[in-house]
Design a protein around this ligand. Structure first.
Ligand SMILES: NC(=O)c1ccc[n+]([C@@H]2O[C@H](COP(=O)([O-])OP(=O)(O)OC[C@H]3O[C@@H](n4cnc5c(N)ncnc54)[C@H](OP(=O)(O)O)[C@@H]3O)[C@@H](O)[C@H]2O)c1
Length: 303
């Protein structure tokens, strides 16, 4: 299959490209951050420019487009709301429209953060209530994609893994600090269901094989607190879990509001006979890739 991945320098996009390039012809769309000698073809494009978009599709001729590019920094969205709307809402809407016209299958990556996290255990039927500009613009993006292209997959996700900067994900935050013997805070009152990034990729591809369409929650069936996640990483890597201080998110001093119980139900996915892995299996893959020096390999792409 020919697969175009937007946001190919990002945490999800880069891991997607690396994982899928083992079996598919992958094109990674880059923006300002370039990559040095990745094992897939790269194309530079500003996706907020329509002509640039057309040219990207012409050059890559994809069967499937996985849209990972976004303004994903929650605090940056808070201080640049118009840009956040352009990138997180208008851009996926335009891409969905183009993909529909050209018969390209489309996966739009959204977020668990569309919910306010007061209730938890949300299904696709529950009404979102975004707390931040990031979450609001991502929800608007979902609506525009659904309106333009009903066959698109809209996947609400949460994931972790190794990034180009080495510090993009929560897993890297815990791992880096614990390895340096530094004390960190872990929120005991923020629950989530993250997947290790390659487990997310495998789940998305299983959805493509089954020709699923529409809105899906694509997370682990097992939830845990951010504190417990840090402790599990410490245990898995033989690091000192006592360096993680159990704290409430209200003590965190964060600019944008965070949703406390972002646990999502995946019954719809299970009905399609797809069950993503639980936390232990994901952490096993995360650690195996660490032993195989994936973090170093990824950082080398940044030069
Ligand atoms: N990280 C998480 O925990 C998490 C959780 C839930 C959902 N998500 C969703 O998952 C997706 C991927 O997130 P991520 O964490 O991998 O993001 P990320 O690491 O911040 O990467 C974002 C990517 O988007 C690209 N981009 C931004 N503006 C662009 C533009 N105008 N044109 C082209 N490319 C542009 C960036 O390229 P440049 O840097 O070169 O501009 C970068 O490659 C997003 O949709 C996010 O909302 C993330």
């Amino acid at each position: 299959m020919r697969i175009l991945v937007t946001g190919a320098s990002g945490l999800l996009g880069l891991n997607l490209c690396l994982h899928l390039a083992e079996a598919h012809r992958v094109f990674g769309a880059l923006h300002s951050q370039k990559l040095i000698d990745p094992p897939f073809q790269t194309l530079v494009s500003d996706l907020s420019n329509d002509r640039s978009l057309e040219s990207l599709l012409k050059k890559s001729r994809p069967d499937l487009l996985i849209h990972c590019a976004a303004m994903a920094n929650v605090d940056a969205c808070e201080s640049h709301p118009e840009e956040a709307h352009r990138i997180n809402a208008d851009m996926p809407g335009n891409l969905a429209d183009l993909c529909k016209k050209k018969g390209i299958r489309f996966i739009h990556i959204s977020t668990d953060a569309v919910f306010d996290g007061k209730m938890g255990d949300y299904s696709e039927e529950d009404t979102p209530n975004p707390l931040s500009i990031y979450a609001r613009t991502k929800l608007e993006g979902e609506h525009l994609v659904a309106a333009e292209y009903s066959c698109a997959i809209i996947a609400r996700v949460n994931f972790y893994g190794y990034s180009l900067s080495g510090k993009r994900s929560l897993s890297e935050f815990f791992l880096n600090n614990l390895k340096s013997g530094k004390s960190v805070n872990g929120f005991v009152d923020v629950m989530f269901c993250p997947l290790y990034v390659t487990d997310l990729v495998d789940t998305l591809m299983a959805m493509v094989v089954k020709e699923l369409e529409g809105l899906y929650h694509v997370v682990s069936p097992e939830s845990l607190s951010k504190y417990a996640f840090g402790v599990k990483i410490a245990e898995k890597f033989g690091l000192d879990k006592n360096l993680i201080q159990p704290k409430s998110v209200t003590e965190g001093g964060l600019l944008a509001a965070r949703s406390p119980r972002l646990t999502l139900k995946i019954d719809k996915l299970k009905e399609a006979e797809i069950t993503p892995p639980g936390q232990s299996e994901c952490l096993e893959h995360f650690q195996t890739h660490y032993v195989e020096k994936l973090p170093e390999k990824i950082k080398a792409f940044a030069g």
